[in-house]
Design a protein around this ligand. Structure first.
Ligand code: ADP
Length: 290
């Protein structure tokens, strides 16, 4: 049963992953995750409280550049909380408190004097439900560059971002139409284009496909494999097949007995899905738990 399940996951993974020769140009050679020499992002002994409730404890996560890292685990184990630490999105929550360090290329993101707007410009985010603004397709993508005071040719930026998000061909003749006229999958790619338009270095994705049908989901996954040639991607998903298909590295989180989320295991995706070290990971990926 376990063997069959693992073989199926690996087979799916093999089908979706680019062959060795198609590996992203310029991507660093994979190293065992915890030993990644210079992680692009890093959580160091991170503890998060919401008021008196400890949501996450002692999380260490080293995210390599220009690769896809997935965070998986059952609902409520702190995946989104950790993800949101990487662009200070939790700052908006008044009860949020962080201990430990979150580093962006070695720089403490939570240090005094850090410009949060700049952090969010460099670390973009895509959410669970597509959330385009009630504006035209064009204006959704132009929004970020505009508020950042960009004075160059907006048309070029909009076209480039829409091309990068694999949406240009579908919308190039209706840029003035409302974003709401697009399908759910197209809206999510529009949100990705909107994030790309401000030229971030990292894209955080919080369950980006959970509101989409399987075809739209595969499109987003293909797009992620394209984008990782240029960007560092961290995705939170409770869909294990998705993590197996799309990611280079997988971090497994679980809830401890005190309900605080902790990191159970982190490694290259293939090993996590075929030869997990921790019994809880094995139980989770074989569907016996969570
Ligand atoms: P996951 O993404 O794994 O589902 P979350 O990071 O969303 O988990 O949540 C982790 C824990 O923190 C859960 O118990 C959740 O109820 C709690 N939590 C999340 N956001 C808040 C918040 N804004 N205020 C209070 N508790 C929160």
């Amino acid at each position: 049963m376990l063997r069959e399940r693992l073989e199926q996951v690996v087979k799916e993974q093999e089908m979706q992953k680019p062959a060795e020769s198609e590996a992203p140009i310029g991507a660093p050679a994979p190293l065992p995750a915890p030993e990644v020499a210079e992680p692009f992002l890093e959580a160091k002994d991170v503890h998060v409280h919401y008021g008196n409730f400890r949501a996450v404890k002692g999380v260490n996560l080293r995210v390599p550049g220009r690769q896809i890292s997935a965070i998986i685990g059952p609902s409520g184990c702190g995946k989104s909380t950790i993800l949101r630490c990487f662009n200070r999105m939790n700052d908006m929550i008044p009860t949020f408190r962080l201990e430990g360090q979150v580093l962006f290329q070695g720089l403490n993101m939570y240090a005094r004097g850090i410009d949060v707007v700049n952090v969010r410009r460099r670390v973009g985010m895509v959410f669970q439900k597509p959330n385009p603004f009630p504006k035209s397709i064009y204006e959704n993508v132009a929004f970020g560059p505009r508020i950042n005071g960009y004075t160059g040719k907006l048309d070029e930026i909009v076209e480039r971002a829409l091309r990068q998000a694999a949406l240009w061909e579908e919308v190039k003749d209706k840029l003035k139409q409302s974003a709401y006229a697009l399908s759910g999958g197209q809206q999510q790619r529009l949100c990705i284009a909107r994030a790309l338009a401000i030229e971030p270095e990292v894209i955080l994705m919080d369950e980006p496909c959970s509101a989409l049908d399987p075809v739209a989901t595969l499109k987003i996954e293909d797009l992620m494999r394209e984008l990782v040639r240029e960007y560092t991607i961290v995705i939170v998903t409770h869909n294990m097949q998705q993590a197996a298909r799309v990611s280079d590295w997988t971090a497994v989180m679980m809830m401890a007995e005190d309900r605080a989320g902790e990191m159970v295991e982190y490694g290259d995706t293939r090993t996590i899905f075929t030869n997990p070290k921790d019994k809880r990971t094995e139980d989770y990926i074989t569907g016996r738990f969570g």
